[in-house]
Design a protein around this ligand. Structure first.
Ligand SMILES: NC(=O)c1ccc[n+]([C@@H]2O[C@H](COP(=O)([O-])OP(=O)(O)OC[C@H]3O[C@@H](n4cnc5c(N)ncnc54)[C@H](O)[C@@H]3O)[C@@H](O)[C@H]2O)c1
Length: 360
């Protein structure tokens, strides 16, 4: 049965704007053909220290590649910055990367965001391919053409929209991923189900652990891709992908340099509970749903204690969120499961009430 499901999804191909998202060995075979046919002048494989250790040999065993140069960045969000880019641009330049070069990003969202950004700017844009190795990057970061780096403590402030040539998903890479990183990526799968996929939501909510088989990963990518195809530049519908992220980002930024540092998905999971409560208050979203969502999140993620003064500081940070404009804080909320509404302004007092609900 499991073998059959893997076979079905292995041969699937999701078409995005100008590229395909492929799965497992079928995807790697197509990648090998692509490398043979495109005659790239230089191929750079971009890894971080962890994906070099855990994923590089696995990847090289799955593809045919004659020559490549390895470029390595340091792992972690704190290295998704211009200093790391300067080092990588220099290596690529020293190794005579030209306009016909290719970067293959083998890693999580930090590697693909930064590698995509480097590709989009080097010599006014060279090709890149994403091979995501974390759950989060499989269902979210590697798809949709957003590239970027952080600026000081502000996340993803500098970046481009620039599509990869191809994305290949293989959940075998997840075997070496830390459990908390799996949970972090799961928050995006859960979010995708909440905003657009009721059947997957019903499946996920009945579990008390992260559920992420290949079919669920596939469905999650379908959801993200569908929204990106409707509204690539995030003028309208794509905003719904930020469900739980308005407060989630602020919570993540607030705890960034503390001993309570949270992974992206851990912060987003709190943001999802808060946004669901606000949806109940402002759009009559069922309180039963809100309670089930909170219970589900609390089964998977450690509950975080947040004091009144911390809540005040988190609300102050909201102003820096990219989704806010003209000094107003914009939320994405739900009328129903799979019925998002965006550009909703919420009063400070109600935001405080949502924290009270999360903490109760
Ligand atoms: N571009 C987008 O649309 C988009 C969407 C969502 C998130 N993002 C970005 O993605 C980033 C988060 O991505 P992430 O959660 O993948 O984090 P990450 O890239 O930092 O990876 C998490 C950790 O896991 C390690 N790792 C990666 N693959 C591994 C493997 N297979 N085995 C063992 N260790 C492995 C990494 O070295 C790192 O330490 C954030 O910077 C976020 O802004 C971008």
């Amino acid at each position: 049965m499991l073998f059959c499901i893997v076979q079905i999804y292995m041969n699937k191909e999701i078409i995005s704007d100008s590229y395909s998202i492929l799965f497992k060995q079928n995807g790697f075979d197509k990648l090998s053909n692509h490398l043979k046919n495109e005659n790239y002048s230089k191929i750079f494989i971009h890894v971080d220290n962890n994906t070099k250790q855990y994923c590089l040999d696995v990847f090289l065993n799955k593809i045919q590649i004659e020559n490549y140069e390895l470029i390595e960045s340091c792992n972690g969000e704190e290295n998704k910055n211009i200093e790391s880019c300067l080092k990588l641009w220099k290596i690529i330049s020293d190794k005579q990367g030209d306009r016909n070069s290719l970067i293959i990003n083998l890693g999580g969202g930090v590697v693909s965001d930064m590698g995509g950004f480097i590709a989009s700017t080097y010599k006014r844009g060279i090709s890149y391919i994403n091979i995501p190795t974390t759950l989060l990057s499989m269902v979210d970061a590697s798809v949709g053409g957003k590239t970027g780096i952080d600026f000081g403590t502000l996340k993803n402030q500098i970046g481009t929209f620039y599509d990869p040539k191809m994305v290949v998903i293989d959940n075998e890479f997840l075997n070496t991923l830390e459990k908390n990183e799996i949970s972090s990526g799961y928050a995006e799968i859960f979010k995708h189900s909440l905003i657009y996929d009721l059947p997957t939501y019903n499946l996920l909510i009945s579990n008390d652990t992260p559920f992420y088989d290949l079919k669920t990963i596939y469905n999650s990518i379908i959801t993200k891709n569908k929204i990106v195809l409707i509204d690539k530049k995030e003028q309208k519908e794509r905003k719904s992908l930020n469900y739980g992220h308005t407060l989630g980002h602020a919570i993540e930024s607030y705890f960034l340099n503390s001993e309570n540092k949270l992974l992206h998905g851990e912060a987003v999971s709190i943001g999802i509970v808060l946004a669901s409560f606000l949806s109940y208050k402002l759009f009559n979203f069922s309180i039963d749903h809100v309670n089930s969502i909170k219970k589900h999140i609390n089964c998977i993620y450690k509950k975080i204690e947040i004091s009144q003064s911390q809540i005040g500081s988190i609300i102050d940070l909201l102003i820096h969120d990219k989704k806010n404009s003209h000094g107003k804080i914009n939320f994405i909320l739900l009328k129903e499961i799979a019925e998002p509404v965006y550009d909703i302004q919420v009063k400070k007092e109600l935001i405080k009430e949502s924290f009270k609900y999360y903490l109760s």
